[in-house]
Design a protein around this ligand. Structure first.
Ligand SMILES: [Zn+2]
Length: 397
């Protein structure tokens, strides 16, 4: 069974091919690429062919895109979706002038511990469906609101029901019962809690920040996770220019996430490494903090991803189109750079080669938008533009 999607005004492939549209000088050689007046053939859930519609091969079924744009499904490499409760009042207070602090996580921890598995599962599935309807076809999901061995284990187990990209984030914040004993908590995170969680997870993460975990504590958590077979990623340099980015690069992390406060040495380290700088502009939008300096990273040669950081505290959006619009409007990324970062960049941040692009052999994860080019994602902010979503060749929205 083959399906040909034709009459595509612009097909973003992120594959540099002979029909690619040349774009801004800032576009990297492995960056954004698109084909005008295109078609795409899906076979066995994968991209079998992509090119000009005039040269399209025959297929069992034809889908007319109606002159819309088609892009790779968005890859959200940073989300916290296993939790209970909500923090709308905290958001309102913040907008009224109160500062954001990492400790606000504790209120979600209390609600999450009190929830049943089915409540956590229902909330997660609702958010996953919300993401899919907005074009996210791959997402990462962290634990980090349980903070006991049992509550972290059920968090990663429930996350693993909906995504293979599960991250153990026992080191999100020190829970209240370990007040005055952060070392005792780090021992738990590196010991019994890790043993319970590692079988369900692919990644280990730590919130390296004042008010959360120090460099030495974060290094211990990552080392223990890696010894248990998990791959590292780091919440780094969100609120202060701390040691998180340097630590992420030192341990070979797939991604350093936030990167909102960077020194020149941090930028150089990211540019010289395979560690992706994952920017989460929804957080700065929702906390009214200064946006990360994306241009500085791009111009230094760092690989940049965009992700939602969907979580109940600092950023409760599941909208990658919003993140793209913020990246373009507020962080001065080009529309091409922002779309690349939300697709191929996210895939790099998850060390995935099968998603984030539409080269031959890629998983047929597509998003079709109401508009003739990718630029509409930023040009029409806040508008529900997603007109179709396919995952592994199956139309889901
Ligand atoms: Zn986060």
């Amino acid at each position: 069974m083959s399906v040909l999607i034709t009459n595509i005004a612009e097909l973003t492939t992120n594959q540099q091919e002979r029909d690619a549209i040349p774009h801004s000088p800032a576009t990297r050689p492995d960056g954004f690429a698109a084909i005008a007046d295109a078609a795409l053939l899906i076979e066995h859930g994968r991209v079998a062919w992509a090119g000009p519609a005039s040269r399209a091969p025959a297929a069992d079924e034809i889908v007319d895109a109606g002159g819309r744009a088609v892009l790779p499904g968005f890859v959200d490499s940073h989300a916290h979706l296993v939790f209970a409760g909500e923090r709308g009042a905290e958001f309102a207070a913040r907008m009224a002038g109160q500062p954001y602090r990492a400790g606000g996580i504790r209120s979600t921890v209390a609600a999450t511990r009190a929830a049943t598995d089915d409540q956590l599962r229902a909330n997660l599935r609702r958010l996953a469906a919300e993401m899919l309807s907005q074009g996210i076809t791959t997402f990462e999901c962290k634990s980090g609101y349980g903070l006991t061995a049992d509550d972290e284990e059920r968090s990663v187990a429930i996350a693993a029901e909906v995504t293979p990209e599960v991250t153990y984030l026992g080191a999100h914040v020190v829970p209240p019962e370990f007040d005055g004993d952060p070392a005792g908590y780090v021992d738990l995170v590196c010991g019994a809690m890790l043993d319970a969680c590692a079988p369900h997870a692919r990644w280990v993460d730590v919130f390296c920040e004042q008010g959360a975990f120090s460099r030495d504590e974060a290094a211990a958590v990552l080392a223990a996770g890696m010894a248990a077979g998990l791959q590292p990623r780091v919440h780094a340099n969100q609120l202060t220019a701390g040691p998180g980015v340097q630590l992420a690069v030192e341990v070979g992390a797939a991604s350093a996430d936030h990167c909102s406060n960077l020194t020149d040495a941090d930028v150089e380290a990211l540019a010289a490494s395979a560690t992706v700088a994952t920017l989460l502009p929804g957080v700065e939008f929702s906390t009214r903090h200064p946006y990360p300096d994306a241009r500085r990273l791009l111009e230094a040669g760092a690989t940049v991803a965009l992700a939602t950081d969907c979580n109940p505290g600092s950023c409760f959006t599941s909208s990658m189109p919003l993140c793209i619009a913020l990246a373009v409007r507020e962080m001065h990324m080009t529309t091409q750079e922002a779309v690349w970062a939300a697709t191929a960049g996210g895939a790099r941040a998850l060390r995935r080669t099968d998603v984030g692009h539409l080269g031959v052999g890629a998983r047929a994860d597509l998003v079709m938008i109401e508009g003739p080019s990718h630029a509409y994602l930023a040009y029409r902010p806040g508008v529900p533009l997603v007109a179709g979503v396919w995952r592994a060749g199956e139309r889901l929205a």
